[in-house]
Design a protein around this ligand. Structure first.
Ligand SMILES: CC(C)(COP(=O)(O)OP(=O)(O)OC[C@H]1O[C@@H](n2cnc3c(N)ncnc32)[C@H](O)[C@@H]1OP(=O)(O)O)[C@@H](O)C(=O)NCCC(=O)NCCS
Length: 178
């Protein structure tokens, strides 16, 4: 199991992607979680990563960013990112992105689950997402948020984005944290 070091949630592990690799050793990718604050210099590299992944609002948080998580691989390259952000007075998992050539291998699940467990440690029992890919969040146990006030606020805010209802058809979703 990962070890969280005192200096700030540095987690090392090895994953092997897929079970039928021709050469599993070459597919062994060392990954480590890193947690940074919104004031940290590394924030800019994460913003750039999110923008490359096609996330429009990555450089402009909706609310107050509480934590940013990145998964780094070889050469410290960013492979995935997510953050916890307070929006409408609630914790949201935001700006979830996985490097394009590593998608479909469980990294998105890994980083969102990491954000959820950190949210739990921070004392929250629910977490929300403005999901561009609702099917992905469904697989991770999120359900559609039906609270009228919240959904109305989210739609009103989404209207300010030029991707809304063009490239992006977001759904407000919620997950209870056990
Ligand atoms: C959405 C994204 C983060 C998913 O990351 P990923 O590493 O490919 O996802 P995972 O491999 O961890 O998939 C987890 C589960 O979600 C499902 N899933 C992932 N992407 C999906 C998609 N586009 N449509 C439907 N299901 C999807 C997977 O099939 C898997 O299901 P399983 O429970 O059967 O295994 C990634 O595609 C991405 O970075 N997209 C661009 C940025 C973006 O749009 N981010 C916003 C996300 S709301």
């Amino acid at each position: 199991m990962p070890v969280i070091q005192k200096t700030g949630a540095l987690i090392c592990r090895y994953r092997i992607f897929g079970s039928e690799m021709a050469n599993p050793e070459s597919e062994r990718i060392p990954l480590r979680f890193e947690e940074i604050g919104w004031e940290d210099e590394a924030r800019d590299a994460v913003k750039e990563f999110c923008e490359k992944a096609g996330l429009p609002a990555s450089s402009a948080p909706w609310g107050k960013v509480v934590r940013i998580f990145v998964l780094r691989g070889l050469d410290d390259r960013i492979e995935a990112s997510a953050r916890i952000e307070m929006i409408y007075g609630r914790p949201f998992v935001e700006s979830v992105a996985v490097r394009a050539d590593l998608r479909g291998r469980g990294l998105g699940r890994e980083i969102v689950n990491h954000a959820i467990s950190r949210a739990k440690e921070l004392g929250y029992d629910k977490i929300w997402a403005i999901a561009r890919v609702p099917e992905f969040y469904e697989r991770l146990g999120f359900v559609k948020e039906t609270d009228r006030e919240l959904t109305t606020r989210q739609k009103k805010d989404c209207l300010k984005c030029d991707q809304y209802l063009k490239e992006c058809h977001p759904l407000l979703m919620r997950r209870d944290i056990e």
